[in-house]
Design a protein around this ligand. Structure first.
Ligand code: CA
Ligand code: CA
Length: 232
């Protein structure tokens, strides 16, 4: 036998060892989706983003077993769970749930139990526009102003190249957006006329405030937090 054929025989023996059946798995898993339920139908569809926060696994008496993060694609997976019944859930505080926030699952050896969690946040959206006639209302012929910066605390953002901004899937809180007017411009008068087309910035402190609340399990949406700018 050459050294090559000896190596071949040894490799064959190792391959045979590899065919020994594995012991029946002693654990199972829990997986599912934790997502922002954009169309509020209680089910995940492609394009609905991950819910961000963690998913927890607990014994039926409430004692903690494991916590895993939610992936950006909205999936989560809790591996190596000993067989039995468990509570699995997310922290619902600050959001409108579109599914139960906690369910009981039965984990079987080698099996995968599924639990999905959908929730709805608030979309804070608006535009910055040139209030040409300085009346505090956005008329159809008044142009949007692109790339106007604003700050939320120490986090910088701004309207995009078309004059729009969007902060989707926000939980309950008070959001203070501090806008920075361009050179030679100031803010329109605040809260004059129809709210869909008025200006929401305080001309003195340059801030617009969005208050997201949950009332009777329903979260409020904040469309049209719009900012009018006038020529000085
Ligand atoms: Ca959905
Ligand atoms: Ca106007």
């Amino acid at each position: 036998m050459t050294w090559r054929s000896a190596a071949f025989v040894a490799a064959g023996a190792l391959a045979l060892l590899g065919t020994i059946p594995a012991a029946h798995p002693a654990t199972g898993a829990v997986h599912g989706m934790h997502f922002f339920d954009r169309n509020v139908d209680g089910a995940w569809q492609p394009g609905e983003p991950g819910g961000g926060s963690a998913v927890g696994l607990y014994h039926l008496d409430g004692s903690w077993v494991a916590t895993v993060g939610t992936n950006p694609d909205a999936t989560y997976e809790i591996p190596d769970v000993p067989p039995g019944q468990y509570r699995v859930g997310i922290n619902p505080i600050g959001y409108q749930m579109t599914t139960p926030s906690e369910v009981v699952v039965d984990v079987r050896p080698g099996g995968t139990a599924r639990a999905d969690f959908g929730k709805l946040g608030s979309d804070i959206t608006g535009v910055t526009w040139h209030d040409v006639n300085a009346d505090g209302q956005r008329q159809a012929d008044e142009p949007l102003l692109p790339n106007i910066p604003f700050w939320i605390g120490r986090w910088g953002s701004g309207t995009d190249g078309t004059g729009h901004y969007s902060m989707p899937n926000q939980g309950t809180s008070t959001y203070v957006l501090r806008f920075v007017p361009p050179e030679g411009m100031a803010f329109s008068p605040q809260h004059v006329g129809a709210p869909e087309t008025d200006s929401d910035a305080d001309p003195v402190d340059c801030t617009a405030t969005a208050v997201v609340t949950l009332t009777d399990g329903r979260i409020n949406q904040i469309p049209n937090l719009d900012i009018g700018l006038v020529t000085k």
